[in-house]
Design a protein around this ligand. Sequence first.
Ligand SMILES: NC(=O)C1=CN([C@@H]2O[C@H](COP(=O)(O)OP(=O)(O)OC[C@H]3O[C@@H](n4cnc5c(N)ncnc54)[C@H](O)[C@@H]3O)[C@@H](O)[C@H]2O)C=CC1
Ligand SMILES: O=C(O)[C@H]1O[C@H](OP(=O)(O)OP(=O)(O)OC[C@H]2O[C@@H](n3ccc(=O)[nH]c3=O)[C@H](O)[C@@H]2O)[C@H](O)[C@@H](O)[C@@H]1O
Length: 441
Amino acid sequence: MKVTVFGTGYVGLVTGACLAEVGHHVVCVDVDADKVARLKNGQIPIYEPGLDGIVISNYEEGRLEFTTDAKHAVAHGTMQFIAVGTPPDEDGSADLQYVLAVASTIAEYMDDTKIVVTKSTVPVGTADRVRSAMMTGLKARSTDLTYHVASNPEFLKEGAAVADFMKPDRIVVGTDSKDVEDAMRELYAAFNRNHDRMLFMDVRSAELTKYAANAMLATKISFINEVANIAEYVGADIERVRQGIGSDPRIGYKFIYPGCGYGGSCFPKDVKALASTARQVGYEAKLLDAVELVNEHQKTRLFDKLHTYFNQDLAGKTIALWGLAFKPNTDDMREASSRVFIEALWEAGASVKAYDPEAMNETQRIYGQRPDLQLMGTKEACLIDADALVVCTEWKAFWAPDFNLVKESLKTPLIVDGRNIYNPHQLEDLGIDYIGIGRSN
Ligand SMILES: NC(=O)C1=CN([C@@H]2O[C@H](COP(=O)(O)OP(=O)(O)OC[C@H]3O[C@@H](n4cnc5c(N)ncnc54)[C@H](O)[C@@H]3O)[C@@H](O)[C@H]2O)C=CC1
Ligand SMILES: O=C(O)[C@H]1O[C@H](OP(=O)(O)OP(=O)(O)OC[C@H]2O[C@@H](n3ccc(=O)[nH]c3=O)[C@H](O)[C@@H]2O)[C@H](O)[C@@H](O)[C@@H]1O
């Protein structure tokens, strides 16, 4: 099938490459000329396991094209996917300017029937706004071409985006048109082989499903973080509690890992956007507000623990920091807990020596050159002359360090473990002070 994808970010690029990989002909269009030029040169702007291979091979084989030419892109696809950003507005609601701009562009250039599909995460009612933006555009051209607007939210996770897209748990489609349903079945046939993963519903339910999924996952994380904080007061170990509750299949083990808060471009933004949607219709979403509040607080926990350990005085101290990305296997630093931690350290007069397997360039881009931030080539190099080690992201490379080397290198034998990846008793035996999240030691 002929597909156009607007936006070559995490979602657009993965969608385009995966659809091309199963044989569709995809044109990816972006307003960022630099990004498009890099993609044409085989340079993938984001770190995402497995993505470079399928982008390059499908580009070379002619099934995947990159362009800034919107007219050409609109002419290409029967299906027009919108996968542009929906960042938070000042009041937390989703900013739809990019989505609606794409709708107008499609209306400006289309000259046959189009199926317009929103893949971006958009509030309930957005399909109506896309429809009306297109109607306005077509009216201005005095044409009455037909078009459908459907919703097809994306559930991929960064760091596992290609695998998630290739093997989805479900493919949600919001539409009231049988033609669209048939077209979406054909498009996704290769991803829908073993059992039917396609869930068709009305557009509003599909739009809400996306927010409900992210809000539910964020709620699980804030819940376990809240219990972890209680565990610290009552002398329990959250890791035992986590296993104790996860073993109940009604609860399950997934997404109940305590830590230093959830980050990324989606949970923080989507929880706020859903609460904002609720407010707009006169409903106060108390639980969602609390989920966000607990998370904000959780992001300050690492600093508070370190501050307390050093008797409220971190001025002049140097902290070794392992992990900058908001989670492993990505270079994405959006809303990362590491940023809250680093900025609090600077505020307290401390400096940072940091290492991340993929997010060093992104850190440099965000903070530039400054004397209180040293980006080191290895995790070991961060430890030299540092007062303590803090782990913010649980990259596999951090799980089994040489603890004796850690102890010898640090001025104070202290590890603050923001993801509970170490065994407190092992470290205790080695003479290293250990502070985790919700641990009883
Ligand atoms: N990042 C993720 O893991 C996931 C994101 N989503 C949702 O998907 C949407 C996109 O997110 P990301 O891919 O992370 O965004 P992103 O910020 O990485 O990429 C968006 C791209 O759209 C481009 N763009 C903006 N206006 C455009 C226009 N008029 N025409 C063509 N391109 C245009 C930008 O230049 C940028 O390259 C958001 O709504 C997000 O909530 C959904 C599931 C997962
Ligand atoms: O809408 C989106 O963009 C995506 O948002 C999340 O994906 P993502 O943000 O890429 O990453 P997650 O693996 O969900 O992690 C989000 C944050 O939660 C934290 N987390 C996750 C799980 C857990 O048990 N504990 C925990 O603190 C992670 O460290 C990370 O900071 C969802 O998992 C995807 O299904 C969704 O498509």
